[in-house]
Design a protein around this ligand. Sequence first.
Ligand code: ZN
Length: 197
Amino acid sequence: MIFEFLTDTIMAILPINTIGDKVLNKVAKPLKAITSEHKTLIENMFETMYQAEGIGLAGPQVGKSLRVFVIDLSVMEDFKDEKPMAFINPQILETGGMATMEEGCLSVPGIREEVKRPEMIKIKYRDEDFKEHVEVFHGLKARVIQHEYEHLTGNLFVNNLDSRTKRKIKDDIEAIKHGNVDITYQIVEKPKALQHS
Ligand code: ZN
């Protein structure tokens, strides 16, 4: 159970890093073991994701370049029985099929675009107790997992778009990079130098 281990710990909402922040471009490091700090981080990532009304959140998005991400699809009517899941040191073993779906990202607020990805994935990962699993996912769940996995490789979904779509969203991306965003969750403030460049 994800929520059992931290009943005596105060949960915290973490500020989210947005496009332009270097931590989002770094390849995240694997965890050798899971410590109480990691467990607190995971718990805080869930809280941060819920507060921001996201369905997935990766370590680099809260400034931690670690191979960990969390997902919870249960806010969506069709997935209301889904359990929250944490993925540590994930490794995609196989992919199959192709599907196009609209995606958004808490690190790229306000932008939603269609992205083509494999429809099925087979993934090896460790859970929040560092127990290893190999599982197959399809559809939206496979999509969210791949989106979050990509954060660990230092990539963002907007980098995968075709050049025409990239041109279309260029000004909006620049606005985010300069900290001009209208959102209800807390983001990491951009350095002053960038704001005025
Ligand atoms: Zn994202």
